[in-house]
Design a protein around this ligand. Structure first.
Ligand SMILES: NC(=O)c1ccc[n+]([C@@H]2O[C@H](COP(=O)([O-])OP(=O)(O)OC[C@H]3O[C@@H](n4cnc5c(N)ncnc54)[C@H](OP(=O)(O)O)[C@@H]3O)[C@@H](O)[C@H]2O)c1
Length: 187
């Protein structure tokens, strides 16, 4: 098994949402400083693992290696644009051995089902950006376990991750970043 580090990335509202009721990213969750941070992190990663809708919505001008989750894949398939993976048909450990035979860093930018799946597989780190002071009514939460009284922080903590110090990415808002790390894994 190659050594891989799994890093999740999300920007959330105060009520832990990544998207609005219709599944779209609202403008209040778009921030230039967070985008610059995320792009720099992608540059350090060997592969980006994301849901099919996120893949279709976000062009890949830098031609970064992508692994797309979709029920349409029969296991792991190399298609013209990327690797396509169905986790129901092939376990993660086997899929990533083929995609990154020499190991490396894995970036996971969602959406929610993808974030949930990697909670079970295990994050080495989760980069949680918060657009403080924002609310998305009836939105899509970052983890399905987020609900009244259960924050993203509580979900990460339940999984054994521990928070680094909060950093300010953008004083407007502010938009803050807290990296949650799993000290028992290899990050
Ligand atoms: N704020 C943030 O940080 C953040 C992060 C991520 C996304 N978003 C926003 O959220 C929205 C998109 O997220 P989304 O959750 O709607 O879509 P998504 O995760 O990008 O794509 C969903 C699709 O991915 C596939 N998929 C996901 N998990 C799977 C699994 N376990 N097994 C098999 N297939 C799986 C399925 O494709 P098939 O239908 O082909 O089976 C599913 O329909 C966009 O607005 C995006 O910008 C925001």
């Amino acid at each position: 098994m190659p050594t891989v580090e799994i890093h999740g990335y999300a920007i959330v509202s105060d009520n832990d949402c990544i998207a609005d009721e219709a599944g779209r990213t609202p403008d209040i969750l778009r921030n230039d400083a967070d985008w610059a941070y995320f792009q720099a992190e992608l540059n350090r990663s060997a592969v980006t693992v994301l849901g099919r809708l996120g893949h279709e919505a976000n062009p890949n001008p830098k031609g970064r290696l992508r692994m797309i989750l979709s029920s349409s894949a029969s296991g792991l398939e190399r298609r013209a644009d990327s690797w396509w993976w169905n986790p129901e048909a092939l376990p993660w450990d086997q899929a990533i051995c083929t995609v990154l035979p020499d190991g490396g860093r894995v970036a996971v930018p969602g959406g929610r089902r993808v974030f949930d799946l990697f909670l079970a597989i295990g994050y080495d780190a989760f980069h949680l950006t918060r657009a403080e002071g924002t609310l998305v009514p009836n939105g899509v939460t970052v983890f399905s376990g987020c609900r009244e009284g259960v924050s993203a922080e509580a979900v990460l903590s339940e999984r054994g991750l521990r928070a680094d110090d909060r950093r300010i990415l953008d004083p407007a808002g502010p938009v803050s970043l807290t990296i949650w790390r799993n000290g028992h894994r290899n990050s």
